[in-house]
Design a protein around this ligand. Structure first.
Ligand code: CDP
Length: 253
């Protein structure tokens, strides 16, 4: 069998050439990195959990009309996706203060923000993904005004969906990061949700106890990361070992 071609390798995922033009295979690694890859480790099982969780969120988003790159899950660690041209911006949505906004504005972690706040950071590891204003984005041509409007609209829809899904299982969505890709259809281009949605790129807090169920467990050495992600997957009913259908009929007597 011919060895498939690696198109790109990032910190947590690898992209391979897909079976058809315009498709890619996204492989989820077990590698965890934080603080711009200064802290790194291999967390057994993380890739499997993120593959399942990202499938779950992207499928739900597709179902409510938010366009995503997700086509189908192939196996425990891989999913088939549409090839996109990634917009070089990280789109962050925040509902509660944490991380860099808490530091930057002197807010206590956990403070409810007056409304969801959308921020853009330039995707550039060497520069530490700096926060950029719309003014920079337009001046340097990273995205157009129309792109920005579309990205904010997608980000806010993802926020409403994810906040609701998480709230339903007793989890507060404090913030998250998404990436957006461009696809070309004839003479037109449109923007779709790309990359992944997983506890690697969200802040998830148990509503009752405040327990962190996201990558902060790794960043701050708060315990076992796989346990935290497994708890999220368990509550959502998408555990990787879920070979038996969730709706398995129960025999009474
Ligand atoms: O995560 P950190 O404190 O460095 O930065 P942040 O700006 O507070 O991150 C906001 C949200 O975006 C968190 O849920 C991060 O996990 C996520 N994020 C990410 O997934 N990748 C990045 N390069 C930066 C932030």
């Amino acid at each position: 069998m011919a060895r498939r071609k690696k198109v790109y390798e990032g910190k947590a995922k690898i992209l391979y050439e897909g079976p058809e033009p315009g498709t890619l295979v996204q492989y989820f690694k077990d590698d965890a990195t934080a603080f711009n890859a200064e802290k790194r480790d291999v967390i057994e099982g993380k890739g499997v959990l993120n593959n399942r969780l990202s499938e779950y969120f992207m499928t739900g988003l597709n179902a409510i009309g938010v366009p995503t790159h997700f086509l189908k899950r192939l196996n425990m660690r891989e999913q088939l996706i549409r090839a996109v041209e990634i917009v070089p911006l990280e789109v962050i949505v925040r509902n509660y203060a944490a991380g860099t906004i808490a530091k930057r504005l002197g807010l206590e972690e956990g403070t409810a923000l007056p409304r969801p706040i959308v921020e853009f950071c330039l995707k550039d590891d060497a520069l530490g993904d700096p926060l950029v204003a719309e003014e920079h984005i337009m001046a340097f041509g990273w995205a157009s005004q129309q792109d920005l409007d579309d990205m904010v609209a997608i980000a806010l829809r993802v926020n409403d969906f994810l906040s609701g899904v998480m709230y339903g299982v007793g989890i507060r969505l404090a913030d998250f990061k998404i990436e957006i890709g461009r696809v070309y259809e004839n003479d037109f281009q449109r923007l779709i949700l790309a990359d992944e949605i997983s506890p690697d790129s969200c802040r998830l807090w148990d509503i009752e106890t405040g327990q962190k169920l996201d990558k902060d467990v790794f960043r701050r050495d708060l315990g076992n990361l796989t346990d935290a992600y497994t708890e999220v997957a368990r509550r959502l009913g998408v555990l990787p070992s879920n070979a038996t259908p969730i709706t398995k009929p129960t025999l009474i007597n």
